[in-house]
Design a protein around this ligand. Sequence first.
Ligand code: 1GP
Length: 251
Amino acid sequence: MIPNHYQTLLNAKANGQKLLAVLIDPDKGNTDTWTTLALLASANQVDLFLVGGSLMVHQQLGACINTLKQHSNIPVILFPGSPAQITPLADGILLLSLISGRNADLLIGQQVQAAAALKQSGLELLPTGYILIDGGAPTTVSYISNTLPIPTNKPEIAALTALAGEQLGLKLIYLEAGSGAKQPVSLETIAAVSGQITVPLIVGGGIRTGKAAYEACKAGADVVVIGTAFEEEPNLLPEMAGAVKAGHKTT
Ligand code: 1GP
């Protein structure tokens, strides 16, 4: 049977289980770093790998995914910065629409360009409303996307943006403070968005401590994404995985 990763996310949400996703930017590593992360992630029951980046300078996407798959059974979901990052080597793809912005190219233009390749790829498609939240300083994703993030003190705008995304049929909402953000998405914003939607909520950007990961889960995140902290210190992984599990609704 072909695994259905979206169903896994829905089941986890229904059971109050929180998930940890490790984000890997293939530009920023090599076989050794990916092997280390894959082994640590397996040992700590990480739920997902997200692979992608805003820019792709080195052609390492395939090598990165192959290394992760060689050393773990954790599903690899593409988190593409552009249609050039589509590869059938992965298990699925966050099919992003940048619904916090008003850049038509990122709302629908790039998706049209990618549609045929996606159909051919056989990848599981996870249509995702991608929402940028101000993380305290300009981020790569805000610069590259040429869009303004939602101000951090406007949780009601984030909540209604997410609700509109769900009403349009998007199956996931991703609240993004930006990779390496000074401040992660506020707990108030996570709670406001979580209170409006029924689809799983992914939260990432600037989460660097177990406490921040735990609090994001308690505020309503269903999936916590961590990239930069593990790039800098892979050995944080056990603590982060424990914090996300401690955030389960049942505990
Ligand atoms: C970025 O949300 C992810 O797209 C993760 O951010 O690198 O800050 O953990 P960090």
